[in-house]
Design a protein around this ligand. Sequence first.
Ligand code: 4AD
Ligand code: MG
Length: 430
Amino acid sequence: MNILIKHIADYVGQRVTIKGWLYNSRSSGKIAFLELRDGTGFVQAIASQADLGDDVFSRVTSLTQESSIIVSGNVAAHPKKEGVFELQILSIEVVQLAQEYPITPKEHGPDFLLNNRHLWLRSKRQWAVQRIRDVVIDAIYEYYHQNDFIKIDTPIITPNACEDSTELFAINYFDEGEAFLSQSGQLYLEAAIMSVGRAFDFGPTFRAEKSKTRRHLTEFWMMDAEAAYVEHEESLQIQENMIVHIVQRCLEKCRQEFQILERNTEPLENIRAPFIRLTYTEAIKRLQSLGSDIQFGEDLGNDDEGLLTENEQVPVFIHKWPKAIKPFYMKIDPENPELVLNNDLIGIEGAGEIIGGSQREDDYETLKARIEEMGFKGEEYEWYLDLRKYGSVPHSGFGLGLERVVRWISGVEHIRETIPFPRLINRLKP
Ligand code: 4AD
Ligand code: MG
């Protein structure tokens, strides 16, 4: 019977067939140990010369790393390790004998690995990170559907900026002139929720940002969420509940992946709502008292985020920032016209900003003035302003950076490992 390695525990004592690749092998005399992978997991397969005969056995021991093979054999529980299973090989078919594989178990530099990303993806750690990424995505969909949000797909080719207009990738768009790759689907989601109430999108977003850090990509996946009649405080609750849900699902489903990554899961086990809330003003005071030279009105740097979260067990919301350093769409704080009702969510363990969100300006005149203040062309935002003319309601939303969350949960150092094919300012290939 053809099976996937993932289900091998159900087949103890039976003969099965596994279709996969040779990950690793070693032999000692008349026995060879092959580590097989099939995409769903890894299993040790044992070949014995006595069972297979000289010819087949010598073919097995000359198999190269990453050769594609179909192996049949009997499943047995590991004599000593609980939950581990082995395959006693009865026959083997070589689909393709791989050429000398460039990625070996020895250490390689990051450039070499990135140049070979199409192959590097097969290594155990990379496999584990991509599995975690999938669980995070699934958990996000699950959370939203359980909470009455529906998925709305927003466009990637857009006529105007959502965030900072200096970070746009421009493309030529036929006779329409210049168009831009989306920085966030937010503005379109705001239109959609006036129809469906609560919505989320999930797709690639682009920032022509010259940041060369372990947390920046030029192409990354963002989940934006938006909800009508939800104000600032309720938006924070939705954000923290979603993060708790994602972490719980990863803890349930990714045991093996965490083991491969040697990720200590204790900090994840401690994540529960409510998260810490600091106003921007409080955060600046705290940072100054901790020795930072940050001034009111400045954006938080990497070190500042580290200082604010270093002794915390849960992520930290920093909310109500100066409007001068935030985008035009954020709602002015009714208690202080210099501030906006927004938040960043800063993760623990050096995760940095994992979510950015706000209540949205719902007053036509205020929003129009803000757009003009920013130097944006009013006519390009006319459709967006329309939303404030026809049944405007208080509403809020936020965007979660998928790779930032996967980086934190999986514990990998650099964001480039969290996306299958990273786009960085100095890397476009493969
Ligand atoms: O804070 P940002 O820029 O917010 C927005 O774009 C809003 N329009 C979202 C909304 O309210 N619907 O981006 C949201 C998140 C950040 O918190 C961060 O996690 C991630 O996107 N992010 C990046 N991730 C990787 N590389 C980059 N260059 C990123 N820039 C932002
Ligand atoms: Mg932000």
